[in-house]
Design a protein around this ligand. Structure first.
Ligand code: PEP
Length: 256
């Protein structure tokens, strides 16, 4: 049985004070749901340590929004996997659409980041998703398949167990336009079937596939009700503890 997993991606938001306040409020509101769901928050790099302290022993996992694949050296501005581990990170988001499309990160870079993160003992949240024009052109399946095949290239079944996949249609991120539950389910099922072909049925059954894209308290329950939707990666709504907690609760109440 897959345990739903909800991640909060705070993106380039908060400051030192509000990050700590938000983390404390999320811990307080979500702690009692952790027997049914896994929860993480991903603040900006500079607030990771402060947020780790604020989360305390709540059981809520700490995640980073990105990582570099090299271990150390002359890579100005970059952050290594060991640095993330050092400040208490368990998770790391890799291949977010804003990094793919704004920063122009390629599948090859994403693949190196996934390998480095897994080898360092981090749990990657690997994001994939199509652009609006790709969906309109009927290319959703081929785009998502290619992102997964290239992103997970050379990663063994044993290592792939560390990965959570987040299906995030780019047209739904931060736009208020979420995929319908049926659209999400269709792609999630396709991803699970692809994992069965690339690896094996066991991994396909185990792997957590989050949906992301304008998830809110009022659409979370219906999305969570889809058989292959195992939780969410939440952007905007993760910045308000009440909204995020309501989404976590909806996922916790997912019917088995
Ligand atoms: C995200 O950035 O991963 C995301 C899903 O954002 P939002 O919930 O704001 O659409």
């Amino acid at each position: 049985m897959r345990k739903p997993f909800i991640g909060g991606n705070w993106k380039m938001n908060t400051d030192g004070k509000s990050a700590v306040e938000l983390a404390k409020a999320v811990a307080q509101k979500c702690q009692q749901l952790l027997s049914k769901v896994d929860v993480s928050v991903c603040p900006p790099f500079v607030y990771l340590s402060a947020v780790k302290n604020a989360l305390g022993s709540s059981g809520i996992g700490l995640g980073a929004q990105d990582v570099y694949f090299e271990a150390k050296g002359a890579f100005t501005g970059e952050i290594s996997c060991q640095m993330l581990k050092d400040v208490g990170c368990k998770y790391v988001i890799i291949g977010h659409s804003e990094r793919r499309h704004v920063i122009k990160e390629t599948d090859a870079i994403i693949n190196k980041k996934l390998i480095a993160a897994i080898d360092a003992g981090l749990l990657p949240i690997f994001c994939v998703g199509e652009l609006l024009e790709e969906r309109k052109a009927g290319k959703t399946e081929s785009v998502v398949k290619e992102q997964i095949q290239k992103g997970m290239a050379g990663i063994t079944a044993q290592k792939a167990k560390a990965i959570t996949i987040a299906y995030e249609p780019v047209w739904a991120i931060g736009t208020g336009l979420n995929a319908t539950p049926q659209q999400a389910q269709e792609v999630h099922l396709m991803i699970r079937q692809l994992i069965a072909v690339m690896y094996n049925k066991e991994l396909a059954e185990q792997i957590i596939i989050q949906y992301g894209g304008s998830v809110k308290a009022d659409n979370a329950a219906e999305l969570a009700g889809q058989p292959d939707v195992d939780g969410f990666l939440v952007g905007g709504a993760s910045l308000k503890a009440d909204d995020f907690a309501a989404i976590v609760k909806a996922a916790a109440e997912k019917k088995k």
